[in-house]
Ligand binder design. Sequence first.
Ligand SMILES: [Fe+2]
Ligand SMILES: [Fe+2]
Length: 154
Amino acid sequence: MNATRNTTPAEIFDWRDDYALGHAAMDETHREFVACVDALLRAEDAALALALAAFEVHARRHFAEEDLAMQQSAYGSAGCHIDEHAAILRSLDEVNASLQQGHVHVVRAFGQALADWFPEHARVMDMGLARWLTQRRLGGSPVLICPRALVAAA
Ligand SMILES: [Fe+2]
Ligand SMILES: [Fe+2]
């Protein structure tokens, strides 16, 4: 019998082509996000702390890069997007505290919540940013994006 008992069966979170935004750097970061969350979902209890720490390193860089790109490009829909990143990082702090108390089920629920959260965030908020950055570079018209609302700016 395995000495390391899992609290739940491993879940799987795979990259899907419809997560792609057409912005190479963001897509590379998002592939890494999916890999980190997948590793978190699959980790045995004894490996959860390491997987969560790896996710944290990724998430802080991932969100900081997007936040900086929004601020530096004066992106019109930055507020709600930055707020959503910050909410994930606040949750992460709480999950870290829960894991310190040995509550591995909280980490597993967080991993699943991330897998559920990402597709819509990428489809709406990150796609909006990717289009803005691409169109800005190419001199096109921006598209402003907020949750569940798409408004053409031009
Ligand atoms: Fe992102
Ligand atoms: Fe984002």
